[in-house]
Design a protein around this ligand. Structure first.
Ligand code: CO
Length: 467
């Protein structure tokens, strides 16, 4: 029977979804060589929030982390998630930064780049896709899956055709909220298989409890690759478990070239890692459960935990229900953006403000204004006219691609970095990219590295005894 390929997400999405991307290299370095022997289609191991987290929390150079994984996994394709013109940051970067970042990602070991735009505005991914292809990488174009009156099956298929026309090597349907039902998966994957020739990947989360049913129907509809997480780090807001998904599909006669003994070794490795995160509180057991709120409110799991954190901080948890109801209304006013980074944060914060200030859009967030001005790309639907008028305040929204209005950034960033930490870090393009994306975190990281380097030298110097 047909072969189904598996991408393992434990090193990126699973740990991002369960433990806020706080897994240090020391938690997985010993198991990488084993993971390389499992037979995965690919290891999703970089990008998304891992880059930010390395610099901000883990005191790790993200590029070094990638090179290390590459050195231990020579036989398995390494995969990353890239937010199009946002790269791994939270606003749009200039094209010189995008091209340099994509090229360096491939040079440092990435094979497959999954490239998405939060609005499915593909003018925002075309530079990254183009550079990925030129650098010899596999460009995986992404359809961000969401439900709304304007996100019809026909619209999703149109997006798939656009990705094929751009030269992408494969298409990922990305259900970041875990709200895709088995029937919707069957319909969408069937339609895509009919209308495009590229391999189709499905990405979902176990949040609402449907994920393995959704994968099964997607497999029946002809999907080529599915994303799973090794069982210790699976379920809840993470991906469904690799082992049980494989077990069920193999019994049905699908060919899956994974070594189940190796999977067990990998899973055994992550058991104490998970235990550690449960004990230190970074893994909250509630994210491992099933939450059907996403089905009723169309609010992804990550947004729910942010919402709870925001309301708790403002001592306003009694307004939770109102905020939940307000969130989809804000989304509709903004033309139904898919609720994925950075749109999910924008919509969530605005909904809370609308509720807590007692008047809708009394205060419009800075990012929401930027979105309405067109700085994040084209809204999928129509933005509410009154809201747009209030936010723009007479200004004209940007026509075309926002990145065209940005000056090149790399030269300036290099000059600034040369002023930091004795200028020792400015000669590597990778470091300049870290600095361009996360200036404050990178500055602190390089200063800390420099301090350690100096301390290390003086520590190593011991005064010789002379007669
Ligand atoms: Co995901």
């Amino acid at each position: 029977m047909r072969e189904i390929k598996i991408t393992e997400t434990v090193l990126r999405d699973a740990q991002q979804s369960l433990i806020a991307t706080r897994m240090p290299r020391s938690d997985f370095e010993e198991i990488l060589e084993t993971m390389d022997k499992a037979g995965y289609y690919s290891l999703e191991c970089w990008g998304g929030a891992t880059f930010d987290s390395c610099l901000r929390y883990l005191d790790e150079d993200p590029w070094e982390r990638l090179r290390f994984i590459r050195s231990k996994c020579p036989n398995t394709k390494l995969q990353m998630l890239l937010r199009g013109q946002n790269l791994l940051g939270y606003h749009h970067y200039s094209d010189d930064t995008v091209r340099a970042f994509v090229r360096k990602s491939v040079e440092n070991g990435i094979d497959i780049i999954r490239i998405f735009d939060a609005l499915n505005d593909y003018t925002n991914i075309k530079t990254a896709v183009d550079e990925c292809i030129k650098a010899g990488g596999h460009a995986q174009g992404t359809i961000c899956y969401t439900t709304s009156p304007i996100h019809t099956l026909e619209k999703m298929v149109e997006l798939g055709k656009e990705l094929e026309a751009m030269g992408c090597h494969s298409i990922c349907v990305k259900d970041m909220a875990g709200i895709m039902t088995p029937q919707k998966a069957y319909d969408l994957i069937s339609a895509l298989k009919k209308e495009v020739t590229l391999p189709i990947v499905l990405h979902t989360h176990a949040t609402t409890g449907m994920s393995q049913m959704t994968y099964l129907k997607a497999v029946e509809a002809g999907v080529d690759v599915i994303d799973c997480a090794i069982s210790q780090m699976s379920g809840g807001t993470s991906q469904p478990a690799t082992e049980s998904t494989v077990f069920a599909l193999q019994e049905m006669g699908y060919e899956i070239n994974l070594d189940t003994k190796v999977l067990k070794t990998i899973n055994d490795h992550f058991a104490p890692v998970k235990k550690k995160f449960l004990e230190n509180g970074l893994l909250n057991p509630t994210v491992l459960g099933t939450s059907v709120d996403g089905l009723h409110y169309q609010v992804p799991g990550g947004m729910l935990s942010n919402l709870i954190a925001q309301l708790t901080a403002q001592n306003a948890m009694d307004r939770f229900e109102e905020c939940l109801i307000e969130t989809p209304k804000v989304r509709a006013d903004l033309g139904y953006p898919p609720l994925v980074t950075p749109m999910s944060q924008m919509v969530g914060v605005q909904a809370v403000q609308n509720v807590l200030l007692g008047e809708r859009y009394k205060n419009i967030g800075k990012e929401v204004k930027a979105y309405i001005r067109g700085e994040y790309g084209k809204a999928p639907g129509t933005i509410d006219a009154d809201l747009a008028a209030k936010a723009l305040n007479g200004e004209a929204p940007i026509q075309g691609r926002y990145a065209e209005t940005l000056e090149n950034e790399m030269e300036n960033a290099k000059e600034e970095l040369a002023q930091i930490a004795n200028g020792r870090y400015a000669n590597s393009v990778e470091n300049v990219l870290s600095y361009t994306l996360f200036s404050a975190q990178a500055k602190k990281f390089f200063e800390d590295q420099e301090e350690k380097r100096i301390n290390k030298i003086s520590f190593n110097y011991t005064i010789r005894k002379v007669d």
